[in-house]
Design a protein around this ligand. Sequence first.
Ligand code: 13P
Ligand code: SF4
Length: 305
Amino acid sequence: MDIKDRILKLKEEKNAIILAHNYQPKEILKVADFMGDSLELCIKAKETSADIIVFCGVDFMAESAKILNPEKKVLMPEIKGTQCPMAHQLTKDIILKYKEKYDAPLVIYVNTTAEAKAMADITCTSANADKVVNSLSAETVLFGPDKNLAYYVQKRSDKKIIPIPENGGCYVHQSFTIEDVKKAKEKYPNAVLLVHPECNPEIQDVADVIASTSGMVKYVLNSDEEEFIIGTEKDLIGRIEIELEKLGEKKKLIPLSEKAVCKEMKQISLEKIERCLLEEKYEVKLDEEIIRRARKAIENMLKVK
Ligand code: 13P
Ligand code: SF4
């Protein structure tokens, strides 16, 4: 039996499911029960009847699955180096400082720690950030930690969006430059430029489409165009290819930059998934009170349609 079959067998024996974020490499996506963006993975985690959830992604994603399923075992195949750096930029102290200064609701991106979520009124993802903010009655909103996502929301809302902290962001998406766009467009003048809302404002402003990772997958699949420049983590291309293969279709997918790699997402391997299922580690453990409060913020988001 090869490693893929051993993983599938273990999954069945243990009534486990594997959830994988769209940035995982193809070989990991191929053993997953479900692949998705942060919002879809939250919804799947909430719906599952499995006893064990193996999460292939970064820390905040596995924590969200635990928050929504406190009674279940949520495992990460690796815990070393799988912390999303942006998620740790919004600390308790920063939140307290802003809450003291402003009487405004706190909307936070799911890319945050469980502790930060427990202090928020509502969470959001890149797929619903504008909807979440516009669903609130307040005129002013505290929004963190990604200032680029705050920029994206500000363009789609009449409310005053205050980014907290002032300079939060993702190193992968902030690395794209206008030079990258020029080079890609010169080589592929007819290609549609898709970017993630974590990209800097100057990149968002020249994009044809701004979307979450699954938003980009759907856009490519539904489009009549043939060429697409993908402005997010490079492995999203493999994720789109899986869907195109299922349909027997081929489209040209060009990474906006070959250097756009989230190293925190790449700490997982098939060997580590097998070990994770065999030894049932590493288990995500969170304080009960944090879970209770953070769950409210995530559930408030899931109610926004
Ligand atoms: P998505 O929710 O769009 O998949 O984004 C998650 C993420 O971490 C982007 O860097
Ligand atoms: Fe975090 Fe950026 Fe990696 Fe997404 S791409 S997990 S925001 S470091």
